[in-house]
Design a protein around this ligand. Structure first.
Ligand SMILES: [Cu+2]
Length: 147
């Protein structure tokens, strides 16, 4: 949240959204989690839209369904695609980032319960500007789609 928005929010907690639209520039949609094989982490996908004039950074994701949730990027190494943890994903101003099968994705590590198609997982997304977005991700069967 930019400093002006934060100041207005502190001074006028009920008015800031309608007056300035602060914190309303980020939308999370099309979230889903692939049903994982037994004893495996689960990959999660979603799209983050940023209608604001500044870029925002996704800096963390959490869910009660897993001990921790990592953000993974794919990279070529020695001719193979491998996954690497990243600290943040930048969503450009007036743009979007798609976490898709075969690309940047969420990885739910240490699942606390079995995830089966039809289940729902509540995800909490934290952004560097203190914005918090909650989204419910259905669990679906789905093939891996390299890109
Ligand atoms: Cu991964």
């Amino acid at each position: 949240m930019d400093p002006a928005c934060r100041a207005v929010k502190l001074a006028f907690p009920l008015l800031f959204v309608t007056l300035l639209g602060c914190g309303e520039s980020i939308t999370v949609r099309d979230a889903w989690i692939r049903e994982p094989p037994p004893r495996s982490p689960a990959a999660g996908y979603l799209i983050i839209e940023n209608r604001g004039a500044r870029s925002v950074e996704l800096v963390g994701v959490e869910t009660v369904a897993a001990e921790r949730t990592e953000i993974h990027v794919m990279e070529h190494r020695d001719g193979k695609m491998t996954m690497r943890i990243t600290d943040a994903v930048t969503v450009p101003a007036d743009g979007q980032v798609a976490l898709l099968s075969g690309g940047t994705h969420l990885m739910l590590m240490g699942l606390r319960r079995k995830l089966k198609a039809g289940d729902e997982v509540a995800l909490v997304l934290h952004f560097a500007d203190d914005t918090v977005k909650r989204v419910v991700a259905p669990v679906r069967k789905g093939g891996y789609a390299p890109r």
